[in-house]
Design a protein around this ligand. Structure first.
Ligand code: PLP
Length: 391
């Protein structure tokens, strides 16, 4: 197991400094003053000024971006107002009219919606592909995409995509690869190490971790992040300073939280997939389940196996509703990655636009329940699932 403590995350002040705040203080200003026209012009021309005008970057954002870059092992990172602002910004920032974008069919519904409704309106052709079928990836890449967008692990099955294999095909076709890695945060998922160019997160989930920040981020090389920053500066989807400051604080405990989420989840998965099946559990979608096809790949790309996964009940849709309504510790809500455990029905939320007959293609039943395992005592979580299953 890797050691705890990501360089650059904790100590930010010189420990021998006199009277410096140990924790970062928060600047609310939206404008900073300069002693002369020359000084103002120099500040405006700065590559990424932190004390000029906050749409260009601000102190809380720059600090938070440095922390995310350290976690991702990236040269740079860029914050956005939401995960979707980060994803759509990435899809639009690197393309020219007439370009093609290849998108995995196994993506968050919001990403699919941008591919179906927005990219084509701007003259961008979208080639959809199945990320578990390398021949299909090759077919989509043969069309010559500028960008290939994937997501791993996949919502809500927790299936893991072979990042290195897809990236090799995409790079051979001259494409940039972006990966929505929201389901397993860094440093536990090493997205960039496997060849991906841009690692994207809905920071609303694990990075924020306390169900109180809406944010997104993209990390990669200086060259790509700089291009994206110019796009963000022009279009304005920067993260507000207060959210960036809160997110910085969350990042300090990210690895600790994420490890505990995963330890709890594995215990829950082993219970659900174990002799508890007499309680009517038909299928648990998680790489920790005996014989799961993605187990080796998951272990190669991540230090954990994920804490968000789907469960199917033998009693079908009716049993799923009864189980869902009976939960007393898991919250009935959307979203994931917070300290509170959450149960969600993909058919009502992330996949509500998917026709029922297409669920099989996506690899899960329409009545599947998605669980995001939180930081509560794991015995309480299992107790809650057990009493709800007994209904
Ligand atoms: N990507 C994934 C995998 C998600 O689950 C979500 C939201 O649920 C998003 C992106 C969008 O993030 P946000 O809601 O922060 O815009």
């Amino acid at each position: 197991m890797e050691s705890f403590g990501t360089p650059g995350l904790l100590a930010r002040t010189d420990v021998s400094a006199h009277g410096e705040p140990v924790a970062p203080s928060f600047e609310r200003a939206t404008s900073w003053a300069f002693p002369s026209r020359d000084a103002l012009q120099a500040a405006a021309g700065d590559a990424c000024p932190g004390r000029f005008y906050p749409r260009y970057g601000h102190p809380a954002g720059l600090l938070c971006e440095a922390k995310i870059a350290a976690l991702e092992g990236a040269e740079g990172s860029l914050l956005f107002a939401s995960g979707m602002a980060a994803i759509s910004g990435t899809m639009f920032a690197f393309v020219e009219p007439g370009d093609r974008i290849a998108i995995s069919r196994k993506c968050y519904g919001g990403s699919v919606a941008v591919g179906e409704h927005d990219l084509p309106r701007f003259g961008l052709a979208v080639d959809w592909f199945d990320p578990f079928d390398l021949a299909d990836v090759e077919r989509a890449c043969a069309a010559g995409p500028r960008l290939v967008h994937i997501e791993s692990p996949v919502n809500p099955t927790g299936r893991v995509i072979d990042l290195a294999a897809i990236t090799a095909v995409a790079h051979a076709a001259g494409a940039i690869v972006s990966c929505d890695a929201t389901f397993v945060p860094p440093p536990l998922q090493r997205t960039l190490e496997h060849g991906v160019d841009l690692a994207i997160h809905s920071a609303t989930k694990f990075l924020g971790g306390h169900t109180d920040i809406l944010a997104g981020c993209v990390s990669g090389s200086v060259a790509l992040v700089r291009r994206l920053e110019r796009f963000r500066r022009r279009t304005g989807a920067v993260l507000a300073p207060e959210s960036a400051w809160l997110l910085s604080r969350s990042l300090t405990t990210l690895e600790l939280r994420a490890r505990q989420h995963n330890d709890n989840a594995l215990t829950v998965v082993q219970w659900l997939a174990g002799p508890g099946t007499e309680l009517g559990v038909a299928r648990v979608h998680h790489p920790g389940v005996e014989g799961h096809p993605d187990r080796a790949l998951a272990e190669r790309q991540m230090s954990v196996l994920g804490s968000v996964f789907a469960v199917e009940l033998a009693g079908g849709a009716e049993a799923a509703t009864r189980f869902f309504d009976a939960l007393g510790v898991f919250h009935r809500a959307i979203s994931l990655g917070g300290s509170e455990s959450v149960a969600a029905l993909p058919i009502d939320g992330s996949h509500r636009m998917v026709p029922k007959d297409q669920f099989e293609q996506l690899g899960f039943a329409p009545h599947a329940i998605r669980l995001s395992v939180g930081l509560e005592p794991v015995a309480e979580l299992i107790g809650d699932l057990e009493q709800a299953l007994k209904r």
